[in-house]
Write a protein that binds this ligand. Structure first.
Ligand code: GLR
Ligand code: MG
Length: 418
């Protein structure tokens, strides 16, 4: 089935002032929506990053898609590799590890592969999970993803979640999120305050939710000895500790002394990282993310790899919309090695570009859509609104650091600060 044309639309949606080690989320989160128009009126959808650097490279491939066959994924890989030829997409936040030409190909390929798989599913009348070999589970569990946050943005605009800067406020945030979504595990984004304070928040969560597994992710804000101290203090409390310290070597040094497994979406972010990290026994859990691991089929391969080495598998998230959630659910359902509930930023947004009603949370899980392809449809009016927001929001790159400087002039990221 041939591609007739493709459109990549940058979009923006409201994002609360969520804190992390790099600073604070700006008022808009940026994404891109890909529509691949094929023969017979079939349209395939994809979603990925909306930063200028990514858009520039993705557009170079998207404009060459006409004539491609959506069933020829190796051909797509060649087209992406040849078109990008060494180009490197960068980001200003570093929250998903380093960048490279291979990771750039993997990210752009992923955006388009998802749309091709969606189109294949529509053509064949089967859900994407079936194209990935079938469902190992029919529901995918997610964890509550808690953030320290300010009450309002710089312009005074607030949100329904209010302020969360203390352990009690974090417990309040968890209570609301769990009541509404039914999540069965909890992750706290750390790297914001001194580790002792973040330990207190985790301990307060453990007291309030004694039956729920907990995770803490400071995005490499700590040095090795601090990481070990935190790991010892939270022994028996955390199911895993995510990216306490930078780099494979640092993580390995912590892993040798930490009682719980270390997880990562920062030091193992491509297949090139697997051998050195696994050899060093630096991580016990890899957080997959199809957006930069090379699409849904390579994410399955990552599952097989982790399974072979006895390394656990979870899933990372960045602020995203419904097309991405649908893709995450299909690939998570097809990955039998998935050992933990996945991350999602879903509760933090108030708008989407897809028709509602397919990706509903029940008991913290999303049922795998059964319709053809990804099983979601684009809401064209909502897409137009999100694009309008993109063109007027004044943001073209995610920049948590500069935005934080409007609260704290002179702020520098907390990487390895403590
Ligand atoms: O697990 C992670 O490292 C993330 O989810 C990265 C994200 O960018 C998160 O830090 C955020 O949204 O600020
Ligand atoms: Mg992380």
């Amino acid at each position: 089935m041939k591609v007739l044309g493709a459109t990549l639309t940058p979009v923006a949606f409201a994002d609360p002032p969520l804190l992390n080690c790099m600073g604070v989320h700006e008022p808009s989160a940026l994404r891109s929506v890909l529509e691949v128009e094929c023969e017979d009126g079939v349209v395939g959808l994809g979603e990925s990053y909306g930063d200028a650097s990514f858009l520039e490279q993705a557009r170079r491939v998207v404009e060459r898609l006409a004539g491609a066959d959506v069933f020829d994924l190796p051909g797509l890989r060649r087209l992406v590799t040849e078109t990008l030829a060494g180009a490197v997409v960068t980001d200003a936040h570093g929250l998903i590890g380093g960048y490279s030409a291979d990771k750039t190909v993997a990210s752009v390929y992923s955006l388009i592969e998802v749309a091709f798989l969606d189109a294949q599913g529509h053509r064949l009348g089967v859900p994407v999970v079936d194209l990935l070999g079938g469902a190992a589970r029919d529901r995918v569990d997610f964890s509550a993803y808690l953030f320290y946050k300010y009450e309002t943005h710089q312009d005074g605009s607030g949100d329904r979640w209010g302020r969360a800067l203390t352990p009690a406020e974090i417990v309040g945030q968890a209570t609301t999120m769990i009541e509404e979504y039914g999540f069965g595990s909890i992750k706290l984004k750390g790297g914001v305050f001194a580790p002792e304070e973040e330990c207190e928040a985790i301990e307060a969560l453990a007291e309030a939710f004694p039956d729920l597994p907990l995770r803490l992710d400071p995005n490499a804000a700590w040095q090795v000895d601090t990481s070990v101290k935190v790991a010892e203090r939270l022994d028996g409390v955390l199911e895993y500790l995510e990216d306490p310290t930078p780099g494979i070597e640092g993580m390995a040094a912590v892993a040798r002394r930490a009682p719980m497994p270390l997880a990562t979406n920062m030091c193992v972010v491509s297949f090139a990282d697997v051998a050195p990290a696994f050899r060093a026994e630096a991580v016990g859990v890899v957080l997959s993310d199809h957006h930069f691991w090379g699409g849904l089929r390579d994410t399955l391969a990552l599952g097989t790899t982790c399974g072979a080495f006895g390394v656990g598998l979870s899933m990372h998230s960045n602020s995203h919309l419904g097309i991405s959630l649908a893709a995450m659910v299909h690939v998570a359902a097809a990955t039998r090695q998935l050992t933990y509930a996945c991350d999602t930023h879903w509760p933090w947004k108030t708008a989407d570009v897809i028709e509602p009603g397919v990706l509903d949370f029940e008991g913290g899980a999303v049922a795998v859509p059964t319709g053809p392809g990804l099983g979601v449809s684009l809401d064209r009016d909502a897409l137009a609104r999100a694009h309008e927001r993109y063109t007027t929001c004044g943001q073209t790159n995610r920049d948590d650091v500069s935005y934080m400087r409007r609260w704290e002039p002179g702020f520098t990221p907390n990487t390895a600060r403590w």
